[in-house]
Structure formats: structure tokens, C-alpha cells
Design a protein around this ligand. Sequence first.
Ligand SMILES: [Zn+2]
Ligand SMILES: [Zn+2]
Length: 335
Amino acid sequence: MSLITLTPNGLYCEKANVYIDPWRKVDKALITHAHSDHARKGMKSYLSHHLSVDILKHRLHKHINIQGIEYEKPIVINGVEITFFPAGHIIGSSQIRLRDKHECWVISGDYNISQDELIESFIPVECDTFVTESTFGLPVFQWEDPSIVFEEINKWWKENQSNNHPSVISAYSLGKAQRVIQNIDHSIGPVLTHPAVENINKIFRNSGVNLKSSMVVSDQQQDMLNKSIIICPPGANDSAWLNNIKNHKFAFASGWMALRGTRRRRNAEKGFVLSDHADWNALNKAVALTQAERVFVTHGYTKTFSKWISEKGIESSVLKTLFEGESLDVSNIMV
Ligand SMILES: [Zn+2]
Ligand SMILES: [Zn+2]
């Protein structure tokens, strides 16, 4: 019997009796990170990186039974050693390694190998079997250095400011929003937020994360709004909240902005290609660094990426999971 199997409840390690990011109610869930396709309600107990604990309480229920763990501090359950490693995707995001005497598996969760000062950097972890995401697993997805993208955002903001337009930018409330806040130039003007974003910011600041300052949009004068950049979740476009911000310019920050037509369909005047996931080259690099003999692929362009890996002589197949990857839809963003 394999150390990890795919069951109707999710990825399961029978020997340790734990599930990894399960999608049905189980007793013990190891959680890679707090995005809603990986962390669901109703588990009897949760184990996650300690910086995900308060976010999970906020999103799932304040009384969930949850324990936090540090990176690279293994625990052993019935002969299975379980270790969390940084995944570089959002604050607290983890890859999880499970190994016994015979097998060594790494479940990547979502990951990003580029550096960000807020997020502990991705560490490649050697294993026999690697379960990788492939949200952006097509060669068309090649990210620019994020510092160039943040410069573009600064430039757009300054331009809007000089024409008396508030700059509204849509970014995931958990992850992307904090990266934008940390990396834009606060000397340009006030940095304001939608309440869903500010709630997450507060939790991180209370957990000791050194996130730069931001303030929720309330009854600020139009003069001040015109100088501001305002960060909102993707679900807030076309909302009454957004309509109240008069005369604004609107932009999306997402990896999907690399696809022609996405920006237009989303009614955004501007799209910034900024993702919290690995691009095509980074996925390939990560897979190679694990030195895995076998690679299972989840999320996004699974078939294409799995076929590509197989052609390089590594055993590979698609795992059918309920993980969703980076979405521009409302459902998992307004939480
Ligand atoms: Zn995620
Ligand atoms: Zn995901």
C-alpha cells in the first residue's frame, strides 16, 4: 500500500491517519495554506503553519481545534515523519513532506519560487514522489520580475493622481493584497483598503507580521481618495462599494492578466501580471529540484504539464482534486 493515496475525502496517509487539504469532513487535516480550496470547514482537528492559524480561525470558525507548527520542525505519527516547508505562495503557506522508511512524498500545495520580503521563500525539498500544482502550467505564462510590476503600479497610481482619479486595484484579500501593500511606494499617497482586505491585514499584524500600514476606506474626503490607491478583493468589482468611489480608475493584479482578453472581460482599464503561483519555468525548475522519480499534477493545466514531464522521462499523471488555483471569481475571494 502506498504511503499516500487519493480517496473521496482527499489525499490520505493511512499509516498516520491524516489527510492533506481534505475536501470532506475528516478527523485530522494537515493544511498547506488558508485559501478556501485547501482549507475547508468541518474537520475535527487542523494542523497548519502557525501564521495560518488565526487566518483559519477567521475564515472557518473561531473555535476550530487547530495547532500551529514551525517550518522544518518534524513531528512523527506512527512511524511517519511529517514536516512543513515554506512554499513562498502566501504568508504561512507550506509544502508538506511525509516520509517513512520506504517512501518520501512532498505535497506542494500552491507555491511560488520568486522572493518577497513578507513571505518565507520556497525551499526545494527532495523526495521520491512530488505532488505539484500546475495553475499556470503552460509556456505562455512567464512572469516578469515582480519589482518591475510594482514599478508599473506606482506609475499608474501617480498618473491617476495627477488627473484626480482614485486608483482602485483588485487583488486577492489573502496573499496578493498584502504583497501589493508591502511593495508599492507609500510616499506617493495614502494606501487604503476594502474591509475584507483590512481584516486579513489586522490578523497578520497581530501575529507579528511586519506589514506596512493601510487604512480602510470609510468617509474620506474626495480630495484624499483622489490621491489614494485602494486595494479591494476581485469580488468587489461592480459592487455598490466600488460605485461609491467616484471617478476611480480600476485595475486587476493577477497571473491571468497574461492572457489576452481577460482584462477586457473583467471591465478593468488596466491589468498587471502579478501572481502568487509559479510560472511555467518555475514549475519546471521546482520539479527538477525535488529530483522526484514520480510527479502527480493538480490544479489548472494538469494534462499539458503532466504530459510535458512524462516526455522528460519522469513518471507522471494527473490527480483529480478539488483544488482550484488562482481564480478571478467572486466565490472564494470575499471571505
Ligand atoms: Zn492558494
Ligand atoms: Zn490552490
